[in-house]
Design a protein around this ligand. Structure first.
Ligand SMILES: [Zn+2]
Length: 92
């Protein structure tokens, strides 16, 4: 399988902290500026909540970043096919 340049975005990665969220926001917006991906929906304010849906313009891979930042509850970035499969948070 050939690797697309969108591979900088992992297939699935949990986002568990503000710094991880900032890292991925920077990555997403940079790839959008470089026209690797196209953002189709950005309804988060990126302060309390981030919700970005996008796809790769080269391979068509559908991607999503969802993260509640305010409570530090975290979220995930990855292929949109993991949307319904993502593991539930364990109660500690
Ligand atoms: Zn791609």
């Amino acid at each position: 399988m050939s690797q697309c340049i969108c591979r900088e975005i992992p297939a699935y990665d949990r986002i568990g902290s503000r710094s991880e969220l900032d890292f991925y926001l920077d990555l997403v917006y940079r790839l959008a500026r470089e026209k690797v991906i196209e953002i189709t929906m950005d309804i988060g304010d990126n302060i309390d909540y981030a919700h970005i849906e996008m796809f790769c313009k080269h391979c068509g891979r559908k991607l999503k970043l969802v993260c509640e930042a305010y409570h530090g509850a975290g979220g995930y970035i990855g292929s949109r096919k993991y949307d319904k499969k993502r593991p539930k948070r364990k109660k500690t």
